[in-house]
Ligand binder design. Structure first.
Ligand code: NAD
Length: 345
């Protein structure tokens, strides 16, 4: 007979302790259902009490689980909406009824519940096995199996992750790290040392950077000048490079120039803004933009700076202006560190 297991959790967000628990549980059964529970009011409150920079929605939380276990077909995913039920532990009866309905709808029959909450073991049995027609969903010999109640393998809780995501970085599975990676763009006056600053910062934070793809594009295609169609290709490729780089970054990713700068480059020879690039600008989610500004500027560079600042303003992008003077490179570097450390501490 097929053996089916189930694990309930908020997985808000899923961490390595959960992953290890799910992996171990999956070895005891033919199929394992991971039930991701949500309650809009509770989840919003937990977010507000947390130090997370953005709120993982229930869709994000389901996607994290899906992504982590995508190569294991016997691990299946279910969403359980708990809205309207009194919060744990005050709603066991109503909660059990809701679980029953969802499992019945999905035609799931459970032999074993895995939980690392010792205090819940008896509650699961008492509430599930007293439901009318419980045997439609729960085997009458239902067992509750604990695996690592002391969290010996990964001593972490989701509360700790929410309260200090960047200190608990190594407890986050890759899709969760990807979600919390902070994108920092370095833009500004041409020839102001943006690329060097990007290299310095990515070295200091031991993470990835995304190069200014415009330069590479010119070289790769053996071009002296760019036409408008080139800008569209550059923007698309640039976006892909950013997404790719976030996948393996260490808390931060540094981006050499961004889409507003690309638009300002284009405006050097086109009077009208490019709508494709405008779309990229609208969708970009850089959390920190440093604007390096040189003292000495030619008229052409002044024009570029003016255009770029107008585009940034129009798109409500907040920038930190770093003024370059008397080779104050280390001062600028230290200033960036102060801003960044504040974000990740
Ligand atoms: P959770 O995401 O915190 O944990 C999920 C599971 O992982 C738990 O079994 C937990 O013990 C285990 N775990 C956590 N950290 C671990 C680690 N480091 N190592 C190993 N295992 C670890 O979710 P939760 O809060 O336990 O989820 C229970 C869900 O069931 C909630 O959504 C809750 O609302 C719901 N529930 C509600 C009621 C009610 O009365 N309303 C009753 C029962 C259950």
């Amino acid at each position: 007979m097929k053996k089916t297991g189930i694990i309930f959790g908020k997985f808000y967000p899923i961490h390595m302790g959960h992953v290890d628990f799910i992996q171990k549980a999956s070895g005891f059964v033919d199929e394992l259902y991971v039930v991701v529970c949500s309650d809009d009011t509770r989840d919003k409150k937990l977010f507000e009490e947390s130090k997370m920079r953005k709120m993982p929605t229930i869709k994000d939380r389901l996607n994290f689980v899906k992504g982590i276990f995508k190569y294991q077909n016997n691990i299946k995913l279910i969403h359980l909406a708990e809205d309207g039920i009194p919060f744990y532990p005050n709603g066991w009866k109503l909660w059990s009824e809701r679980v029953f309905e969802v499992l019945l709808q999905n035609d799931i029959k459970v032999n074993v519940i895995f939980s690392n909450e010792l205090q819940d073991v008896e509650n699961y049995k008492n509430n599930f096995l007293t439901l009318p027609n419980f045997e439609k969903v729960f085997n009458k010999n239902l067992t509750i199996q604990t695996i690592d109640i002391n969290r010996d393998n990964f001593p972490i809780s989701a509360t700790e992750v929410r309260n200090s995501p960047y200190h608990n970085w190594d407890f986050m599975p890759k899709p969760v790290q990807e979600f919390f990676t902070i994108k920092v763009a370095i833009i500004g006056t041409p020839h102001s040392g943006k690329t060097t600053l990007v290299h310095k910062l990515s070295n200091c934070y031991n993470t990835n950077f995304v190069e200014d793809y415009k330069k590479k594009y010119l070289k790769k295609n053996n071009l002296k000048n760019l036409e408008e169609k080139d800008f569209n290709s550059i923007a698309e490729k640039y976006q892909k490079k950013i997404l790719n780089s976030v996948k393996s970054s260490n808390k931060l990713v540094f981006i050499d120039t961004e889409f507003c700068s690309l638009q300002a480059n284009l405006m050097e020879f086109k009077s009208k803004e490019n709508e494709i690039i405008n779309n990229f600008i609208k969708n970009e989610d850089f959390e920190l933009i440093f604007y390096l500004e040189s003292e000495k500027k030619t008229d052409k560079i002044k024009e570029f700076d003016k255009n770029l600042k107008e585009i940034l303003k129009k798109n409500n992008k907040k920038i930190v202006i770093l003024k370059l003077n008397n080779n104050n490179f280390t001062e600028i570097y230290n200033c960036c560190l102060r801003y960044i450390n504040k974000m990740i501490e």
